[in-house]
Design a protein around this ligand. Sequence first.
Ligand code: ZN
Length: 93
Amino acid sequence: MRVSETRFIDPVCFMSVNPQETDIYADYKGEHYFFCAEGCKQRFLADPTKYIKPKSWWDRWLEKHIQANEEEFGPEGPECHTKILGPPGSKCS
Ligand SMILES: [Zn+2]
């Protein structure tokens, strides 16, 4: 899935966190996790595996199609109303 460079999701409460605005984070198995509050971090560290979910089939399906579209149309994705290979992007409105 395409992930924004500046925002992370707090894995405990699913709030969107801007890493530039917080220094509450934890490293776990090589991944960087950001949290909205110290309490969320503590809950995460108490039992990390509870909050780290394996990717769902839907995420993998989406990734596959996003990748296919990038290979076909380049990193910018297809133009508006172009016939695309996967689910439509959010650019077209
Ligand atoms: Zn939180």
